[in-house]
Design a protein around this ligand. Sequence first.
Ligand code: NAD
Length: 480
Amino acid sequence: MNTETIEKAAIEASSNTLDVTSPLDGSTLAQIEIASAKTIEETVEKSAIAFKSWAVAPIRERVQILFSFKAKVEENIEALAAIISKENGKTQNEARDEIKRGLEIVEFATAIPHLGLETTLEVSRGVRCKTELAPLGVTVGITPFNFPAMVPMWMFPISLACGNTFILKPSEQTPLAALKMAELFQEAGLPDGVFSVVNGDRHTAQALIENETVKAVGFVGSTPVARSIYSLAGQHGKRALALGGAKNHITLMPDADPEIAASNIVASAMGCAGQRCMAASVLLMVGDCKDTLNEVVDLSKMIKLGSDLGAVISPVAKQRITGYIDKAEAEGASILADGRDIDSTLSENGNWVGPTIIDGVSKDSACSREEIFGPVLSVIHVDSLDEALAIENASPFGNAASIYTTNGATAEIYSSQANAGMVGINIGVPVPRDPFPFGGWNTSRFGVGDMTGAEGVRFWSQTKKITSKWTSKAAHSWMS
Ligand code: NAD
């Protein structure tokens, strides 16, 4: 047996449950079953059986269940948000917002029948070609901890509407929202086996990808895992789209509106405790933007941990984030707002890190280049837009890039030259809302296309091309 197999066997033998702990206070929220190899097999089999009837149900019937699911989620939004807040550490408001954003994809999926994506054309006299979107079969989604409801909702509504069945493997750190959504699907009348949740860690994810019956894999998470999942899926002949990590830059021009820019920059960098793949992580200040920086620092210091901002996911994450701050300080950067100073009224068992602004960071430091994934904004001073673009474009990531300016020409130059999949102009979190597709570039995405919008429909379906000829016998020949 190789090391991987021994490790796998040891895990299977030693423990089949996992404690879910709250980042807010370290309390144990639940113990969840880690799916055994047998459970994974059985779930996939059940999913394959369910596919037979789900795939042939008219799309209008399928989306009716998505309408009911949306209504169920809305009825239960506070309960679902409370689950997310407890297991992820974000605030109830942030949790509610993520559910609402996720529901926008459900809305999009219910509109797929109206998109007119299937076409027909008389390609030659009496000969018609038409395209039909066909489902793939059993599909899988592997998702991260930071949006326990929204990220799965980037995938399953579209996959289900397209006629696939779907198995969700949520993050082992935040599995409870997924289980609640499965319950709501059941109440919405989704047939058994069409949507399933399988809990576990990387071994569970790998077993799902390697299972012969699984046809497609959607992944969202860190870049090293996205890369390995994309490669594993390829080895097993599976279609895959894997979104990875990020290091997002905001360029601040001296002509930007200081109030708008400052409040947006703080919201982007600090919201969800910086644990967003779209969060601003580096602020590139072009020329003299002192007033805006002062405002950014003041606003960051006003954020109250606990009520305005949640905890980070784990003690390990907290250590990683504060480690980056320590390192930048040791390298001579100035800590203008220090998230290591924590309010003593917060639970000492929670994973708290406050808003942090690090000024005068070198473009080569770890803080400038690596994904910190915490409420930390590193400030780099540059002399020109070209210099800002050069730093931004040297990043191996390419998720989001934003500029704050009141000059249209500057905005045009920036948006045409920024090497990122999602660009913001006076928008700190440039998530393209539906029907526009979500997806980054470079090492922020492995695979072709985007996760949502019409590109999501392409990913979760395959095109059948049908050529037909219904002419009289006299006019019929073998040629088209
Ligand atoms: P992660 O990569 O550690 O885990 C994501 C999922 O992959 C989890 O379900 C986990 O169990 C599974 N997994 C972990 N290692 C695996 C392996 N070797 N093989 C197979 N599966 C494996 O990510 P995370 O810490 O949960 O989430 C944070 C990361 O997700 C950040 O890097 C963030 O930028 C990224 N993210 C990206 C986007 C995007 O749209 N690009 C969106 C949200 C989060």
